[in-house]
Design a protein around this ligand. Structure first.
Ligand code: FBP
Length: 549
């Protein structure tokens, strides 16, 4: 495979490991844990994996191990650093015993069910160290949740002599990892299951997980692009740029990019919901910023829009909740099947409450259609397909026209649209993600060596130099509560949305009026892999503010 100059140089980068993982370790157990909500229900559903202690690794005598075979799966959307989780795990299991083997299941959880796999070798792993992407084995969104899938999985795990499976995924995939861990434990199958916190969205974090991997690199990549647009914008002074950012429901990516680039506006879906803003309120808020800048002669600017915004406008949220119920077959709990997309839209329209129908029909046709159509395998609306940035700019233009007629606005409004998501999901991992991911993978090997199952690999204290990072494991059940999904209550890992009383949002809120009126753009430039530590090892602003740094 032909490599770029950067790839060549980057292949030689040795990711930093926490001090505790640099030699032999012992597992230090904390107190018994409980789930973040619905303790009785979760305990009853996970009798074998509930209540286990948090684990911290400290330097100590590790007993010699027999060779162990381990499997790994990449699940869901790509996130920078996935290859380093795999290389960290590979190096970790080999350091325990050089005859240990690591297998990768192909194209996501489906590879386990369909028995498609590859055995990693030094040559394969070396090709992918410190690279972005998930192409080493591919990823997929097959939901691992049925007994038949678990049973099909155990057949191949037994055939390959695999004693532990590592699932790299977001909140839904790690929830499923925990269900699988519980199932194999209940059946005494002798296979451990360990999760790893992945997603650019940044919404898999809590008291125990500081951040999901990939968030750092993805935000830095988008911020570079936003900074470039801002410089263009400030040079030509003739466009308003509406920039939608991935992130699914949560606005962490939009907020982090705002902290890094200081745009004229950034919507935060969680605030829109809390203030019960209507679509018209959101449009009025943005149009006011445009009009105020026009009054100063500035007919240009940047507006960041989180991709999940639409789901958080209360009337639309209520509508989506009913659509999700109507699209689920109550008999099976699965999505209903329809002959055609038109049939699906017609069925939806004749089965929802009149007030929700009115909201649906008030939206532009393409948004209306997208909301009625397919969900992803976990039941989520595919928000990345809804062109919110275009919807908002069209509505802002209409509002400004009205104000012009009323003599309230006298500027020029010309819009450009962008959607950044796929541009950042496979970027070469920043040093932070390269080190964090390698440590997560290496650490997973230590959890396996210590016989743990139903745990998430966790690395903490990551705003400190890597040598001071704390390695360990957290029982996945500890992060769970019961939530309504596809018409039924299910145990799930609680998704972390932007906290409006958290330091990152509060800092943003204290600055945004100034950033709206004046031109305070910051141009972060590209990710740096070599150079002074304050340039190339910095964490996200979100993490720094959360930890009071
Ligand atoms: P994960 O939650 O699986 O990590 O995926 C994140 C994400 O990039 C979201 O931000 C986005 O809404 C979605 O994936 C897009 O999905 P797809 O890759 O199927 O287009």
């Amino acid at each position: 495979m032909k490599k770029s100059a950067l790839q060549e140089a980057r292949a030689a980068y040795q990711p930093k490991l926490p001090k505790a993982l640099q030699g032999s370790v012992v597992a230090v157990e904390g107190a018994a844990t409980q789930s973040v909500g619905n303790q009785d229900e979760i305990k009853a559903m996970f009798p074998n994996t509930y209540g286990m202690p948090v684990i911290t690794f400290e330097a100590g005598e590790q007993t010699a191990l027999e060779p162990i075979n381990v499997g790994i799966i990449l699940s869901g959307g790509q996130a920078p650093g996935g290859h380093n989780v795999i290389s960290g795990l590979y190096d970790g299991v080999k350091s325990l015993n050089k005859d240990s083997k690591l297998y990768g299941f192909l194209m996501g959880p489906g590879g386990l069910v369909d028995h498609k796999y590859v055995e990693f070798t030094d040559a394969i792993i070396d090709e992918y160290r410190n690279t972005g992407g998930f192409d080493i084995i591919g990823s997929g969104r097959t939901k691992l949740e049925k007994e038949a899938q678990f049973e099909s999985g155990i057949e191949i795990l037994r055939k390959l002599g695999i004693k532990a499976l590592v699932i790299i995924g977001g909140d839904d995939s790690n929830t499923n990892a925990c269900v699988l861990a519980e199932y194999y434990a209940a059946k005494n199958y002798g296979v451990q299951v360990i999760g790893c916190p992945k997603t650019i969205d940044g919404d898999l974090k809590n008291e125990q997980i500081e951040t999901s991997f990939g968030f750092d690199t993805a935000c830095k990549t988008y911020s570079e692009l936003i900074g470039n647009i801002q410089r263009d914008c400030n040079s030509a002074r003739k466009y308003w740029h509406f920039i939608k950012l991935m992130g699914r429901s949560a606005s962490h990516i939009a907020l982090e990019c705002a902290l890094e680039t200081q745009p004229n506006a950034c919507l935060v879906s969680e605030e829109v919901e809390q203030k019960a803003m209507s679509l018209d309120d959101v449009v009025t808020y943005l149009a006011k910023i445009v009009a105020d800048r026009a009054a100063d002669g500035n007919n240009f600017g940047t507006i960041l829009v989180p991709e999940g915004l639409i789901e958080f406008i209360p009337a639309i949220k209520k509508l989506i909740a009913e659509l999700n119920e109507v699209l689920t077959d109550p008999a099976t709990g699965e999505s209903r099947e329809f002959e055609s997309k038109d049939a699906q839209v017609a069925f939806v329209k004749s089965n929802i409450a009149p007030e929700n129908l009115a909201v649906l029909e008030s939206l532009p046709k393409d948004v209306e259609r997208q909301l009625c159509l397919d969900r992803d395998p976990h039941g989520n609306v595919q928000v990345s397909l809804i062109e919110t940035e275009k919807l908002l700019s069209a509505m802002v233009a209409t509002k400004l026209d009205e104000w012009k007629k009323e003599g309230k606005y006298n500027g020029k409004f010309s819009a450009q649209h962008h959607f950044f998501g796929y541009e950042g999901r496979c970027a070469a991992p920043s040093n932070y993600d390269a080190d964090y991911c390698y440590s997560l993978g290496f650490n997973a090997s230590r959890l396996i060596a210590n016989g743990k199952t139903g745990y998430m690999s966790v690395i903490k204290n990551t705003t400190a130099p890597a040598s001071e990072w704390i390695a360990g494991g957290v029982p996945i059940t500890m992060m769970m509560n019961m939530e309504r999904r596809n018409g039924a209550m299910k145990p799930v890992i609680r998704k972390a949305l932007v906290e409006l009383d958290g330091a990152p949002f509060k800092f943003f809120a204290s600055k945004r009026e100034e950033w709206a009126k004046n031109t305070c753009y910051v141009y972060p430039g590209p990710i740096q892999y070599w150079g002074p530590s304050e340039v190339c090892d910095q964490c996200t602003k979100t993490l720094a503010l959360e930890q009071g740094k």
